[in-house]
Design a protein around this ligand. Structure first.
Ligand code: NAG
Ligand code: NAG
Ligand code: NAG
Ligand code: NAG
Length: 433
């Protein structure tokens, strides 16, 4: 049994490598947009960004006794919208001036080391010197999402994930919605304690907006720690949650081997992607989701997720609405995934094989129908986030996280990279075409 599985694994890996290699009709790989050895302090940049007008005051008090900690500023998430990249730096070390940042593509033509600007400004991102709660500020953000109505959505975990005893919950986790056109905060929703006690297990967010009505929108918020899915309704201004065994890690797939570091992770539900039609329904959409320490993909109708009554009835009533599609194949453990509505392809950031994977949702779900768009054991180490913008471009950030955690980044090498490719061209020439 094990021998056959191993053989199957080797065959699939070999096929995967072949897919990634040069072929006449091979996919266009992702193109490098930016790269850094380490990030630089935003205070060192003289050009203040005139687009950012969130509040009048862009000056901030010195952040809780911190000096800029270049090594601690590890970028994690990337989202693109109309020429601006929103880049997050979760506060896992001291000395991080801003957890939410922006890069203006037009003003940063060089691929090397652009400076991140706090978004919408430094004050909004600053910790109070006594580390007290402040609902007008954010503490730590992992990943963001932009919807078709030009709104930036994210969860501030409210948690300082500092090593050892220094870790602390500064304030309640909160969902934010910022209108990128007016630069105004449109909504702040404090996640109630009945949903979750602490915010530190919230890595990601997906937004599902009605095709005709920006006021009707839902946020799907995974929690890998407590293995739950929170759903927030914008018009309801309420949150409810789902629990399911499928939100758990899979014990057989918790072993990671990244850039020579072996480690075991137990991260549950991590990424949610709104896909195309649910079966033959004209109104329901398929929502895909997966755990990080897992190779399975799960599907559910968005009508199920949007039904608070159903959520309250409990797992015994809704459990069968979640479908286990199958395994994506060996070493396909994935952080973020995202759906491109034009091609119908789901793209995966695959952290256990330094690759970007794909599956055409119009084909049957099997490892054979999963392809590799881009694989690079040097430059694509740990793709931490993958998002698709409203123009159909794929954006990826790779950050060598396991080396940062378990050993030490080589600070003379490039460690962080942001990549881009049109979803259509990325899928072309692969099994996902
Ligand atoms: C600016 O950068 C230099 C070198 O990169 C560093 O020594 C200095 O501390 C930085 N200044 C601020 C205010 O962060
Ligand atoms: C929500 O779920 C409940 C319980 O299954 C059901 O009675 C109700 O019709 C559902 N509402 C919608 C809008 O589907
Ligand atoms: C999916 O495939 C079927 C059969 O090949 C085809 O009729 C249909 O148009 C495809 N749908 C999409 C969205 O590509
Ligand atoms: C860091 O990277 C540089 C360039 O690749 C290499 O010459 C150097 O040996 C590396 N340092 C360590 C400690 O690995």
């Amino acid at each position: 049994m094990t021998g056959r599985l191993l053989l199957l694994g080797l065959v699939v890996v070999a096929l995967g490598l072949f897919n990634a290699g040069p072929r006449p009709t091979s996919a266009d790989k992702l193109k490098l947009v930016y790269q850094w050895t380490l990030l630089r302090s935003p205070n060192n940049d003289s050009g203040s960004d005139s687009k950012v007008v969130f509040t009048a005051n862009n000056a901030a008090p010195i952040d809780a006794g911190d000096n800029f900690n270049a090594y601690g500023n590890l970028p994690m998430g990337v989202t693109h919208h109309k020429g601006f990249l929103y880049v997050t730096i979760p506060r896992r070390r001291t000395g991080i001036p801003a957890t939410l940042n922006v890069i203006d593509l037009a003003r940063n033509p060089s691929v090397n080391g652009p400076v991140l600007q706090p978004y919408p400004n430094l004050l909004f991102n600053s910790l109070r010197s006594d580390l007290s709660a402040d609902p007008k500020r954010i503490v730590s953000v992992y990943r963001t999402q932009v919807d078709r109505c030009s709104r930036l959505w994210f969860v501030d975990t409210g948690h300082l994930e500092y090593p050892g005893d220094a870790a602390r919950q500064v304030q309640r986790p909160a969902l934010w919605v910022i209108d990128l056109t007016t630069q105004r905060g449109e909504r702040r929703f404090e996640i109630p304690p009945e949903m979750v006690e602490f915010g530190y297990g919230i890595p990601n967010i997906e937004v599902d907006v009605d095709a005709n009505d920006c006021g009707r929108a839902y946020a799907y918020i995974p929690d890998y720690e407590w293995q739950r899915l929170y759903v927030y309704g914008l018009s309801e201004n309420r949150m409810w949650r789902f629990e399911h065994n499928y939100f758990s890690f899979e014990p057989r797939y918790g072993d990671f081997n990244v850039a020579g570091r072996r480690f075991v992770w137990r991260d549950g539900i991590f990424s949610v992607a709104v896909g195309g039609r649910w079966e033959q329904s004209a109104t329901e959409r398929t929502v895909y989701l997966h755990s990080m320490a897992s190779t399975s993909e799960i599907a559910v109708s968005n009508r199920v997720l949007q039904n608070e009554t159903l959520a309250r009835l409990g797992n015994g009533v809704y459990a069968s609405a979640f479908r286990h599609l199958g395994s994506r194949g060996p070493n396909t453990q994935s952080t973020s995934h995202a759906y491109d509505p034009v091609t119908g392809v789901l793209f995966f950031a695959e952290v256990n094989r330094n690759s970007i994977g794909c599956w055409n949702t119009n084909r049957s779900f099997s490892p054979d129908n999963h392809g590799i768009v881009h694989l690079d054991n040097e430059e694509m180490i740990y793709p931490a986030d993958l998002k698709i913008d409203t123009e159909g471009d794929l954006w990826v950030i790779s950050n060598r996280l396991p080396i940062w955690i378990y050993s030490r980044l080589n600070t003379t090498e490039v460690n962080y990279r942001i990549w881009r490719q049109s979803a259509f061209r990325a899928a072309a020439g692969t099994i996902c075409e």
